[in-house]
Design a protein. Structure first.
Length: 75
């Protein structure tokens, strides 16, 4: 059973990240992005950060591209 999809994208600064959509029962579609942790200095720190993209909030702001995570790339 397929529950989602992942695309490789690039920020305006040419940094690659993963743009993800996952379908969760009772929650619907969840949009999120996965970015490499550029601040990692120790083994116990995460290698990547997962950032949730509130598609409903973007719709209310009249933004149509729910997979545009360029503004979140600094996380």
């Amino acid at each position: 059973m397929n529950i989602g999809a992942v695309w490789v994208h690039e920020t305006k600064e040419k940094e690659k990240y993963l743009s993800c959509i996952m379908s969760v029962p009772f929650l619907g579609k969840i949009n999120f992005a996965i970015f490499k942790n550029k601040e990692k200095t120790k083994d116990g720190q995460p290698d990547y950060h997962i950032v949730w993209n509130d598609a409903e909030k973007k719709k209310s702001n009249n933004k149509s591209d729910v997979n545009n995570f360029d503004d979140l790339a600094s996380f």
